[in-house]
Design a protein around this ligand. Structure first.
Ligand SMILES: [Fe+2]
Length: 304
């Protein structure tokens, strides 16, 4: 369960005061105590009723940032600071089930009903509205290998909403939530960890009915390039050697599985793909072995 802080403070601050606090105190967002030290100020920023609308209006009038592509977020998000330091700030919108944007875009666009952990810490405050709702669970990242179908003993903690003024610290690799729409359009403001572990370590999706890993949610650049390389690489042995070696010994088990899958994808038939995954059963990374077992079960069913 994220760490919850309640404050009765009604004073408010501007965004630049929040930023100054983070910088002056060298807040390390990977450190939970550092993040919690920022909680009282985030509550005060949340008390500022006008700064988000002021920022949005200024940006819309300037018309110079509406097609920005320097972050990974959807229109659900307004970036409050650039993501060029070890932290950044954003504001998120959370539509209710009766809002038009929810009905037109669907639940998936807002991460609703997609139970997941986070591979970064973030501190959040409910800014407006009754807040999105969540079923909260906890788990131990170190106990998970990270292949689809793997059993994970998620521990249910509670169901609650991120109502206005409530501050929560979501802890990386520990807190899992299954979000669903709140009773009305809501907004939250976040201080986000922006570190390498957010890129390189796995963020999992879970199936809370079967208590299993449903997939890995975050992107790694190499995982997009390896399948392209397998298809488009020169047929001179170099490409296959590189993919084979990546699948055997890359430091990331996840990158190994993608390399294996890329190799399997360019085999002439299903039996060839099965052979590639059978080779992965002897990999020294258990995540790779688990992935291959899952793939083999599906492929072998196809050719049976
Ligand atoms: Fe989340």
């Amino acid at each position: 369960m994220p760490i919850v802080r309640h404050f009765d403070d009604t004073a408010s601050i501007e965004l630049d005061e929040m930023i100054a606090f983070i910088e002056d105190n060298a807040v390390d967002p990977r450190n939970e105590d550092d993040m919690l030290a920022a909680a009282p100020l985030l509550k005060r920023l949340g008390n500022n009723r006008s700064f988000i609308a002021d920022m949005a209006l200024k940006e819309l009038k300037a018309r110079n940032n509406l097609d920005a592509i320097d972050h990974n977020y959807t229109p659900q998000t307004i970036m409050l600071t650039p993501a060029n330091k070890r932290w950044f700030m954003r504001c998120n919108f959370w539509p209710s089930a009766s809002d038009h944007i929810f009905r037109s875009s669907g639940a998936k666009a807002f991460f609703y009903f997609e139970p997941h952990d986070h591979n970064f810490n973030f501190l959040t405050v409910g800014y407006k509205g009754p807040g999105y709702k969540s079923d909260y669970y906890e788990y131990d990242y170190d106990d998970v290998l990270g292949y689809p179908g793997e059993a994970v003993p998620l521990r249910f903690v509670e169901s609650s909403a991120l109502e206005e003024g409530k501050v929560m610290l979501y802890r990386a690799f520990r807190d899992v939530h299954d979000q669903r729409p709140g009773d009305a359009m809501s907004m939250s403001i976040n201080i986000m960890e922006n570190s390498l572990r957010g890129n390189f370590m796995d963020q999992y999706g879970f199936d809370t009915k079967t208590m299993t890993v449903s997939g890995i949610l975050n992107r790694i650049g190499a995982t997009a390039l390896l399948p392209i390389l397998a298809v488009a690489g020169e047929d001179d042995g170099n490409t296959l050697d590189f993919l084979t070696e990546t699948a055997r010994g890359h430091v990331s088990g996840r990158v190994r599985t993608v390399a294996l899958n890329a190799l399997a994808g360019v085999q002439p038939d299903a039996l060839g793909a099965i052979a590639v995954h059978q080779g992965g059963l002897t990999n020294d990374d258990p995540q790779v072995r688990g992935f291959c077992r899952e793939r083999l079960a599906r492929l072998e069913a196809l050719v049976a």
